[in-house]
Design a protein. Sequence first.
Length: 158
Amino acid sequence: MKIYDFEVSTANGKTLDLKEFKNRPVLVVNTATKCGLAPQFEGLEKLHQQYKDDGLVVLGFPCNQFAGQEPESNDTMAETCKLNHGVTFTLTQKINVNGKETHPLFKYLKQRLPGTLGKRIKWNFTKFLIGPNGEPYKRYAPTTSPEKIEKDIQQLLK
């Protein structure tokens, strides 16, 4: 199984087949607009702008499971991220990353790359870098800044 076996719904409700990203590295991040780590949106956008032409895909997966820090609706979330943080990378509809209703992509990622809490997501802005082969490459803690991921992205783009 690879990430290409999954589909997600974008913030505007369109189906996005992850097969579209074959042979490209993908950075998957669970996000929240009201989180203290929300300034990371700017760093994620910077990575998106700097490496999108080389093939990098950044996908934000808004989640309201951590202290209710994603109160926006699917309709207003993307606009809020654009206005407040300059986000132009793709955002999905709100999902769950833990519990019975965990999105299938996150079940897969947590199984392949467990973190300090095992197969649970600790907090908003947990990041997964996927290699161009569709295999999960590395998991990063919520507090890991996007800038600290850049070397790994450069490695995968070679």
